[in-house]
Design a protein around this ligand. Sequence first.
Ligand code: GRF
Length: 229
Amino acid sequence: MSDAQGVRFAQEDGKMQTDRPEATKPARLAVLVSGSGSNLQALIDALESQQLPGAQIVLVVSNKADAYGLQRALKHRLPALYLPWKQRAQSEQQLVALLRLFEVDLIVLAGWMRIFSAEFIEQFPRRIINLHPALIPDDGSGATFTSSDGSIIPVFRGMHAARQALEAGVKITGSTVHYVTPEVDAGPMLCRQEVPILTGDTEDKLQERIKQVEHSLIVEAVQLWMRTA
Ligand code: GRF
């Protein structure tokens, strides 16, 4: 379903669409959120301050009607949609239709709390990236990660990664932007940054410090993706 770099968009008729006659047209981003959307805001700010030339957000989708991310999008006059997520297969079909209608090149999961089916993911090879608040190895796989100081820590996947890091008593955690593959939080890494765990950290404090790092990491990830796509 993809070329050597896996960057082509599968079409319903099975033919490949040559994606963005490369870098001549702006990369069209859809940002998917479920909550506060501070990382969506970071992308909006980067776009508005010309830090992401060649990109534009064409669609924001939330599976929660009251997600603040939708308000952020509307404030900046971006198309923002609430897509109820009761039955995954049906919702995924609706989302695929929307992504095609808006001719989306890159799907950015920024605090999106729903797991996609393998069938959905396979329709967008190397075109879905996810921000995960923990350190994930380069190829995404494995149960441990070796940090820059040489310490070997568990890979915290799934929900409450900051809490998992605190409970494990590790001294370092971080955030990773990775390609989305059917295995949750286990796709190849695009970029990543470490965050030290400080004495007296609570889950909220640590999560907040991770988010501060994420706000530049997500911008860097989109820049990197545009360079390789
Ligand atoms: C981020 O910490 C991200 O890593 C995780 O969900 C959080 C989203 O935060 N997947 P926000 O909605 O962007 O503020």
